[in-house]
Design a binder for this molecule. Structure first.
Ligand code: SF4
Length: 231
């Protein structure tokens, strides 16, 4: 558990944030990877800068095929092992037996229940041995993310360091980096998916829509989080 975060220079770069966060953690640090362009950018940045991070992913059982393909492309390009975490088998079996396969569309409570089983519980297990974790969150992504800071003490997860290196990046900056470095990109992005999530809860957006409009599109904007980023 960390008590004080290091000072960062004003307008710190992604690399500076990443390096300071990893050093402050003082133990194993891993990226929570959804195989979005942001997350793969962070893997590339860390590799280029020689910053040692792990990569873990949550296999909810409902991911798109394109996401698995992106995961394989990342594994091959960077020669890294990805730590996959699955939900507890009994919990998924009970949920599907009692409520069916699409209960998350019926109410916010049901949606939270599914996210809790398929994402939040596996995330807690993934974070348990870590001193810090990294996310690809950006401020401009959502009304729920406007007050993010580059480094945080993640109290709900035992006071480990949470590192958000791309916090100030715009979407255009992320894509400029991705294209310059020719990083592997999830094909869903080219099909109108700025945000990568579970297949039944993410749709392509239309021109002019908010980037997260395709996530849980039947819910209000202030509810569009899955519980992974409690503050
Ligand atoms: S995003 Fe949808 S399918 Fe995935 S865990 Fe949440 S409710 Fe379940």
């Amino acid at each position: 558990m960390i008590e004080k975060l290091p000072e960062l220079p004003e307008n710190a770069t992604a690399e500076q944030i990443l390096r300071a966060g990893v050093e402050a953690a003082g133990g194993p640090v891993s990226l929570a990877c959804s195989f979005s362009v942001e997350d793969i950018t962070i893997i590339d940045l860390a590799k280029e800068a020689g910053i040692d991070i792990g990569v873990f992913a949550l296999d909810t059982g409902r991911l798109n095929e394109e996401t698995y393909e992106a995961a394989e492309a990342v594994r091959e390009r960077y020669g890294i092992a990805i730590d996959w975490y699955f939900p507890e088998r009994e919990a998924v079996e009970k949920l599907e037996r009692e409520k069916g396969l699409f209960s998350f569309r019926e109410s916010l409570d049901n949606r939270h229940e599914c996210c809790r089983i398929r994402k939040v519980e596996p995330l807690n297990r993934a974070l348990d041995p870590l001193a810090g974790w990294i996310t690809g969150l950006r401020r401009e992504q959502s009304v729920t993310r406007t007050d993010l800071t580059p480094l945080e003490i993640d109290a709900p997860h035992g006071g480990i360091v949470k590192i958000n290196p791309l916090i100030a990046w715009t979407e255009a900056e992320v894509w400029a980096y991705a294209e310059k470095r020719r990083i592997p990109v999830n094909r869903l992005h080219r099909q109108g998916y700025p945000s990568i999530g579970c297949a039944p809860c993410t749709r392509a957006i239309r021109e002019g829509e908010h980037p997260r409009a395709g996530r849980w599109w039947w819910e209000d904007p202030e509810n569009k989080e899955c519980g992974l980023h409690r503050r």
